[in-house]
Design a protein around this ligand. Structure first.
Ligand code: TZP
Ligand code: MG
Length: 216
């Protein structure tokens, strides 16, 4: 995969905003997000046809802006909407099964909180790992203890040049230390999904990450 897709990786489900999620996504795309993950889970999450319909519309929007569309957890949904890839956690579908049964050009992402999980994901053939939570977050109720910049740097050191995106509690002011510690980009939910102006916040993430990455 192209690691620059990870630079501003926006994640959202319908319950991460009080607005129409399609409008929020389009504004984020206009602001310059580089990848998108549909993560529909938790309280009041859509299921069945509502979930499928939203996923289809989100994928269409992403492709209008040439941005890869990734589905969280739900392999069947990812196949149904012909997504560009899947992101799985430690308790979800296994990478070797996905590799055997899903399109060979899929981008496969795996969440990792520590060095052992990160190395395992690399050995399993993940295209990138989502590392975190870096900071504390209110968005994921069962999030593990934050690993901070030091944990991120430690995982970077363990996985060589495997693409890494950092996640958890990330705001605009955290971009520089995170990229400096070895992440290829930042994953963000609430800083964009709850912003008064998702487009301008995405623009700032785009500018800051481009600048930070240029120092490598
Ligand atoms: N995984 C680890 S932290 C997190 C996920 C899905 C939530 C990130 O959300 P936010 O609002 O950017 O802190
Ligand atoms: Mg999961």
């Amino acid at each position: 995969m192209n690691r620059s897709w990870l630079r501003v990786y926006f994640i959202m489900g319908s319950n991460n905003t009080t607005r129409n999620p399609l409008e929020v996504l389009e504004e984020a795309l206009q602001g310059g997000i580089t990848m998108f993950q549909f993560r529909e889970k938790g309280k009041n999450a859509y299921t069945g046809d509502m979930k499928l319909d939203l996923a289809q519309k989100m994928k269409q929007l992403c492709h209008q802006y040439n941005v890869p569309f990734i589905v969280n957890d739900d392999v069947d949904l990812a196949i149904a909407v012909n997504a560009d890839g899947i992101h799985v956690g430690q308790d979800d579908a296994k990478v070797d099964v996905i590799k055997r049964t899903c399109p060979s050009d899929w981008i496969i992402g795996v969440s990792a909180t520590n060095k052992d999980e990160a190395i395992q994901a690399m050995e399993d053939g993940a295209d990138y790992i989502g590392v975190g939570p870096i900071y504390s977050t209110k968005t994921k109720s069962d999030a593990k203890k934050p690993i901070d910049i030091i944990g991120l740097a430690y995982i970077r050191q363990a996985v060589g040049d495997l693409p890494i995106v950092a996640i958890g509690g990330i705001g605009m002011t955290n971009v520089f230390p995170i990229i400096k510690a070895g992440a290829d980009g930042v994953s963000i939910i609430s800083a964009i999904s709850n912003a008064n102006n998702p487009r301008s916040v995405a623009q700032v993430f785009d500018a800051y990450t481009s600048y930070a990455v240029s120092f490598r």
